[in-house]
Design a protein around this ligand. Structure first.
Ligand SMILES: Nc1nc2c(c(=O)[nH]1)N[C@@H](CN(C=O)c1ccc(C(=O)N[C@@H](CCC(=O)O)C(=O)O)cc1)CN2
Ligand SMILES: NCC(=O)N[C@@H]1O[C@H](COP(=O)([O-])[O-])[C@@H](O)[C@H]1O
Length: 199
């Protein structure tokens, strides 16, 4: 395994549409590769995406993740040096945050700090935005710290919310933004870290 390559792990719990876009973005990339998919939901769509792209996957369980080694040894075995959360629904424990300090990023389907925190994931986010009659929503890409959705922001992109919107229609608009912006933002952050000698 090339020592000067950056090896990404993507953590996901669901369908994996963002993971699929990120995998495609780094296919044949000279300096960055997706080396592992980590998933906490057996049968999740992201696991089929991993298999379809011949990417190793790790299915994780709560006891080891929250009260054991947080799978740090397994991540190191795959030479992982940067973690991307793409629809991962568990809180990253402090032990893993410290092991990858500053090298974990997340995408949230709203304009933080509003509509973030415990319980704010997937359709729950879009339902709250529509309930509150917001006229815009969007995405937030941010660094991950010990709290949910609290880390420093990297990028925010907005989109309109229409009175006729359903959570599904808004989710489609948000997904389009995620697929357009997340892969290139991951690349920008990783290359900046690599060039700064932080990876
Ligand atoms: N330490 C951190 N861990 C995680 C962060 C973070 O910013 N810091 N981001 C989340 C992703 N996320 C929002 O972007 C998020 C995901 C899930 C939840 C949530 O309430 N989860 C439920 C459990 C749901 C389940 O098990 O199916 C809960 O904690 O009760 C909030 C925000 C990823 N991790
Ligand atoms: N708060 C976390 C959260 O809600 N994350 C959201 O989960 C979805 C995963 O979709 P995907 O599995 O198709 O990539 C994405 O919309 C992502 O922003």
């Amino acid at each position: 395994m090339s020592s000067n390559k950056v090896h990404l792990a993507i953590f996901a719990s669901g369908a994996g549409s963002n993971a699929k876009k990120i995998i495609g973005h780094f296919n044949h990339h000279p300096g960055i590769t997706v080396s592992l998919i980590v998933c906490n939901k057996p049968g999740a769509g992201v696991l089929k995406i991993a298999a379809d792209h011949n990417i190793p996957f790790l299915t994780i369980e709560k006891e080891t993740f929250f009260r054991g080694n947080a799978y740090i040894d397994e991540l190191r075995a795959y030479n992982i040096n940067f973690i991307v959360l793409a629809g991962f629904l568990w809180k990253i424990p402090e032990k893993l945050i410290k092991a990858y300090q500053g090298n974990i990023i997340n995408i949230h389907p709203a304009l933080l700090p509003k509509y973030g925190g415990k319980g704010m994931y997937g359709s729950f986010v879009h339902e709250a935005v529509i309930r509150d009659k917001e006229t815009q929503s969007g995405i937030t890409i941010h660094f991950v710290d010990e709290l949910y959705d609290h880390g420093d922001h990297i990028l925010q992109v907005t989109c309109p919310v229409y009175p006729s919107d359903t959570p599904a229609l808004l989710a489609q608009r948000i997904h389009a933004l995620e697929h357009e912006y997340f892969p290139a933002t991951v690349e920008k952050v990783v290359m900046e870290k690599k060039n700064a000698g932080a990876l």
